[in-house]
Ligand binder design. Sequence first.
Ligand code: PBG
Length: 322
Amino acid sequence: MNRRPRRNRKSEVVRNLVEETTLSVNDLIFPLFLIPGEKKKVEVDSMPGIYRFSIDKMLEEIESCMKLGVKSFDVFPAYPEELKDSVASESYNPETFYLKGLREIKKNFPELCLMSDVAMDPYSSDGHDGLVQNGKILNDETLAILSKMALAQADAGVDILGPSDMMDGRVGYLRDELDENGFTETSIMSYTAKYASAFYGPFRDALDSAPKFGDKKTYQMNPANSQEALIEADLDIEEGADFLMVKPALAYLDIIKLLNENYPLPIAAYNVSGEYSMIKASAQKGWLDNDRAMLESLLSIKRSGAKIILTYFAKEFALLSR
Ligand code: PBG
């Protein structure tokens, strides 16, 4: 044998020399859940270690993350049922706790990168990402609502908007509206290939945002398809997206690779709630080693071609790599 691949694995130093993929806190965005009120920090049952915070507690959490080097956050609101309606009015009410919270975060930590979510579901009495009429999700009518919420979020100081709704044409529509209103520096991270996935379950618990009827299959993608991801990516590039996102991550590593090989924009992957909870649940039972399973999954997402990972493990990863 003149080829012995094991020679490149013979010691830790040699293994480190030949290591192709590295993970850093700089690659991570930490999703956080905001609730109204004060002094509240409530654990999400289906996501051990992940909390819903009132703004005062969220500011403390952000401060401790920043000290660990986690500097990008994606904030999602959890609204009580009584503030929801069919047209998501609360989403662009300037006095609403979410927009006030975003403002306060940016005021306290101007150097962080703040991302927000653009979709109707947290504010919708139907629990869908778009406007519902006679059981159907209307596309073009939804765009006008998304644009009001996007402008309100940009005005609150958000650095990156994350349209997660999957309506057709929304990236271009939002880009035009932002530019016309002077928000040329506000970026768009498009949820380019967002699949109709079972792995969002725990997130919908965290936000009480599960659809009240049906499912999201007329707007989120079919897990069986990859060609469609190319169409979505073409459109997002044409329409002015700054980042392309694939979601979920682990069951869609081929899609991450496909987009990274075909498009010059940075690819982000959303390591979603169910992917987090699977590891946590089995670690709690002693069936998996939490830290190793976490590191291996994050690494696989990076190796497949994601430059950026949105993950509930962000703070834990930062603590572990100190
Ligand atoms: C909704 C939205 C979802 C997530 C992010 N934005 C859920 C859904 O589409 O129902 C899921 C995130 C996760 O599971 O961690 N616009």
